[in-house]
Design a protein around this ligand. Structure first.
Ligand code: ADQ
Length: 488
C-alpha cells in the first residue's frame, strides 16, 4: 500500500502524552495514516521574520510524522488572513459583499502554496499518495506538478463550491479553476457543489465532461465527486451516553429547572446564521407567549478569526442582540438566551446535545455542518430530540428526516421551532432512526476510505471510455450520487 501524505493548513499534532486534539476528521485521517504509514504537513501556526524560517519541526508518533513549517508574518497576512479568509471563505459562502480583493493578498496566496510545495518536495517518494485539504491550498497540486511531481494527488474541499456567477467574480478564478484540474481526484461535500464546479468549467470552456464524475482537461482526466464527510458516529453516541454521569450534566439539569433546552453550537462566523437564529427564537417567543419561561436557548459560540474585522464586529452584534432579547423578554428568574463564547470539550458538548430537546443548526451556507450530525448521534433513542436544519447546509442533502428550514425566513423558522418542540415522540423516533442509519452507514471512516480508494484506484493519464452525459452540455440535473452512500 502506498504511503499517505496529508497536507492541510493546520495540523492536529499530538501533545506530549500522544493524544491528538479530538475531532472526527483528525481521528479518521490518523487512522488512514497509521494504516499506510505517512506524513502530515502544514503550518505550525507561528509567524516569524523573513530570515528566520528554519527547517520543518517534526513530531513522530509510531509510523506517522507530523511536519510543521513556520510562515513569515507577511505570508500569514496575505495567504491566510488575506486571501483565504477574506476572499475565498466569503465567496464560497456566497458573501460577495464581504470579499476584499487585493493583488498583494492574491500573490501571497499563490506564493505560500509554492512554498508548501517546496517544503514537501524533498520528503516525497515516487509512489506516495498525496491528499490536500481545503481552500487554503487549492493551487498546491499545480505547484507540485510544476516542480515535476507525478504522484497521484487528491483534494477535498470542506466548504461549499459556489455557482459560476459567484465564483467568476474572483479576479483569479481562472488560475484557481485550472489549478484544481491538476488533481487526480477532487472531493466535494455534495452533488450540488460538484455540479457548481462542473458549471464553472463549462462556463469557462475548460475541458470536457466524460461522465457523471469524470472530466478531461488537455490530456489529463480527473475525477470530481461528492464525498459527504461524516463523524465517528458510534464513538460520539457512546460519549454522549456516558456524559449524563458527569457533574456538568447534573449542574446544567439543575439550572434548567425543568425548562426545555434548545441548543445552537457554532464557531462565531457570519456563515452560521446566528443573528437570524436569535431573531427566529425571539419571534417564536413573541408569537407563543405560553412558551416563555419554559424554554432556554443555549448558544455556544467560540470566537474565531478575531483578526478579521467582520468577525470582531459580529461578536459585538450577537452579544448585543442576545442582551436585547434577554432585556426585553427575560424575567428575574428566567433568561431566554444563554450566550457562551467558549470551546467545550467533546464529552461536555455531547452531554449538552443529548439534553437538548431541539438543536437549531441554521447556517446561511455551510459545506456540511458536523454539529448537525453530532446532535443526532448524541440523542437518546428512547426520547430523541428534534433537529432543525438549514436547507443550505450540506448535511441537509443527507439528513432528509430533519425539520428543514430556510434560515432567511425568520418567521418560517420560528414556526418550525414551535412545531419541533411540540413534535410527538413517535415522529421524533422515526425521524431520528432514519438520520441515525445514514450517519452509521456513512461515518467519517467510510468517508476517508471512499476518497482514498478513488485516489489510489484511477490511472492519471488514461482517458476513460465512459459515455458522455445524457443531457446536452455539462449540466446534469439528476445525479444518482445524491442518495448514494459509501458502503465499504
Ligand atoms: P466548521 O465551519 O468549523 O468546519 P462544523 O462542520 O460545524 O464547522 O464543525 C465544527 C466542529 O467544531 C464540530 O466538530 C463541533 O463539535 C466543533 N465545535 C463547534 N463549536 C464548538 C464549541 N463551542 N466547543 C467545542 N467544539 C465546538 C468546516 C466547514 C463545515 C464542514 C467541516 C468539516 O465549514 O461545513 O462540515 O469543515 O468538513
Amino acid at each position: 500500500m502506498s504511503r499517505l501524505i496529508v497536507v492541510s493548513n493546520r495540523v492536529p499534532v499530538p501533545d506530549k502524552r500522544g493524544t491528538a486534539p479530538a475531532g472526527g476528521l483528525a481521528v479518521a485521517l490518523k487512522t488512514a495514516l497509521e494504516a499506510r504509514g505517512g506524513l502530515w504537513l502544514g503550518w505550525s501556526g507561528r509567524s516569524c521574520g523573513e530570515d528566520e524560517i528554519g527547517p520543518l519541526t517534526s513530531v513522530k508518533e509510531g509510523n506517522i510524522e507530523y511536519a510543521l513549517t513556520d510562515l513569515t508574518q507577511q505570508d500569514v497576512e496575505e495567504y491566510y488572513q488575506g486571501f483565504a479568509n477574506r476572499v475565498l471563505w466569503p465567496i464560497c459562502h456566497y458573501r460577495l459583499d464581504l470579499a476584499e480583493y487585493g493583488r498583494r493578498e492574491m500573490a501571497g496566496y499563490f506564493r505560500v502554496n509554492r512554498f508548501f510545495a517546496s517544503r514537501l518536495l524533498p520528503m516525497l517518494r515516487e509512489d506516495d499518495l498525496i491528499w490536500v485539504h481545503d481552500y487554503h491550498l487549492i493551487p498546491l497540486a499545480a505547484e507540485l506538478r510544476r516542480q515535476g511531481v507525478r504522484n497521484r494527488i487528491g483534494f477535498f474541499l470542506h466548504i461549499p463550491w459556489p455557482a459560476p456567477d459567484v465564483f467568476l467574480t474572483m479576479p483569479v478564478h481562472e488560475e484557481l479553476l485550472k489549478g484544481l484540474t491538476e488533481y487526480d481526484v477532487i472531493g466535494f461535500q455534495t452533488v450540488h457543489d460538484r455540479e457548481n464546479f462542473a458549471d464553472c468549467l463549462a462556463r469557462q470552456g475548460l475541458g470536457k465532461r466524460l461522465g457523471t464524475t469524470r472530466f478531461m482537461v488537455g490530456e489529463q482526466a480527473f475525477t470530481a465527486k461528492p464525498y459527504p464527510i461524516g463523524i465517528e458516529t458510534d464513538e460520539f453516541a457512546g460519549i454522549a451516553r456516558r456524559a449524563s454521569e458527569t457533574t456538568l450534566h447534573r449542574r446544567m439539569l439543575q439550572s434548567l429547572d425543568g425548562k426545555a433546552l434548545i441548543i445552537g453550537v457554532d464557531r462565531l462566523d457570519y456563515s452560521k446564521g446566528i443573528t437570524q437564529r436569535i431573531d427566529a427564537f425571539e419571534t417564536f417567543l413573541t408569537r407563543h407567549p405560553d412558551s416563555q419561561r419554559h424554554v432556554t436557548l443555549l448558544q455556544i459560540t467560540p470566537k474565531s478569526r478575531s483578526e478579521v474585522p467582520e468577525y470582531e464586529a459580529m461578536q459585538r452584534t450577537v452579544a448585543e442582540q442576545a442582551g436585547r432579547v434577554n432585556g426585553a423578554l427575560g424575567t428575574v428568574d428566567w433568561v431566554p438566551i444563554r450566550y457562551v463564547n467558549r470551546s467545550l470539550r467533546r464529552p461536555a458538548l455531547a452531554g449538552l446535545y443529548r439534553m437538548a430537546k431541539l438543536a437549531m443548526v441554521t447556517p446561511l451556507r455551510d459545506g456540511m455542518n458536523l454539529v448537525a450530525k453530532e446532535y443526532v448521534a448524541a440523542q437518546n433513542e428512547e426520547d430523541p430530540g428534534v433537529l432543525l436544519l438549514s436547507r443550505f447546509a450540506g448535511a441537509a442533502q443527507e439528513l432528509k428526516e430533519a425539520v428543514l428550514v430556510n434560515p432567511y425566513d425568520v418567521e418560517g423558522t420560528a414556526e418550525a421551532l414551535a412545531r419541533g418542540l411540540a413534535m410527538p415522540l413517535e415522529e421524533r423516533r422515526q425521524r431520528w432512526q432514519g438520520m441515525m442509519a445514514t450517519l452509521r452507514e456513512n461515518d467519517v471512516f467510510a468517508w476517508c476510505r471512499a476518497f482514498l480508494d478513488d485516489l489510489s484506484g484511477n490511472a492519471r493519464t488514461t482517458a476513460p471510455s465512459a459515455a458522455p452525459p445524457k443531457t446536452a452540455g455539462y449540466r446534469m440535473t439528476l445525479d444518482p450520487e445524491g442518495t448514494r452512500r459509501h458502503r465499504l
